[in-house]
Design a protein around this ligand. Structure first.
Ligand code: GDP
Ligand code: MG
Length: 227
């Protein structure tokens, strides 16, 4: 491994401050994260976003998303500020035209959080959207599969293994979330922010950030009782 400068990186023999081989993270960057999900099912995208942004659950109030809307939130990663711009979506048809524009986004570093509800039969099945994202988005897009409503144990129809199997098929991380209890909600966004920060500062000789391993080590596995 070639190392430039001293271990502390403070100065070189000729007295100049070395060009650091640590790529600085640009805190001004905004990363788009798009919430999508099984169509025709209220999977909880808006509630998860509200939970992450405001730490609250909308309860029984059904808030149908009017149009596409976004919220900004800054996530702290290793003492750096990673800005996420999180887009909520409603309705597959409307979404389709919007996402096609995103797919062409030259900036890259686009993230998709794909939601399914653990209480709906759509969950655990092969998803048209996951296929579409894979086909159209840039290769480096970040995708994560979330099985929401993990608190609703009695109504659950999707087994954790089914979610894990689907995620494996697409090579994406999976976790079960609940906008109601908040379980794993912050983790989903933090994992994305961490991945983005690592990508932006990654050195060629450095090992990649293993988002799957990070999630596996951090996630709360929902037990049989939805807790
Ligand atoms: N029990 C439970 N209900 C949820 C959860 N997330 C959303 N909901 C409920 O599911 C319904 C649809 O949520 P919403 O966020 O509007 O779904 P969206 O259409 O995907 O944005 C609402 O009645 C929410 O209160 C959750 O994690 N647990
Ligand atoms: Mg919504």
């Amino acid at each position: 491994m070639v190392s430039s400068g001293s271990a502390s990186g403070s100065s070189t023999d000729d007295g100049h401050t070395p060009t650091s081989n640590i790529c600085p993270y640009n805190e001004e960057l905004t990363h788009k994260t798009i919430l999508v999900g099984d169509s025709g099912v209220a999977v909880g995208k808006t509630c998860v976003l509200v939970r992450f942004k405001d730490g609250a659950f909308l309860g029984g109030n059904f808030i149908a998303t009017v149009g596409i809307d976004f919220r900004n939130k800054v996530v702290d990663v290793d003492n750096l500020k990673v800005k996420l711009q999180i887009w909520d979506t409603a309705g597959q048809e409307r979404f389709r035209s919007v996402t096609h524009a995103y797919y062409r986004d030259a900036q890259g570093n686009l993230c998709f959080l794909y939601f399914t509800s653990l209480c709906s039969l759509c969950g655990g099945r092969s998803s048209a959207w996951l296929t579409e994202i894979h086909e159209h988005a840039q290769k480096d897009v970040v995708i994560m599969l979330l099985g929401n409503k993990s608190d609703m144990a009695a109504e659950r129809v999707v087994k954790m293994e089914d979610g894990e199997k689907l995620a494996k098929e697409y090579g994406v991380p999976f976790m079960e979330t609940s906008a109601k209890t908040g379980v794993n909600v912050d983790l989903a966004f933090h994992a994305i922010a961490k991945e983005l920060k690592h990508r932006a500062t990654q050195q060629p000789n450095e090992p990649k950030f293993q988002i799957h391993d990070y999630i596996e080590s951090q996630k709360h596995k929902t037990g049989c009782c939805g807790l």
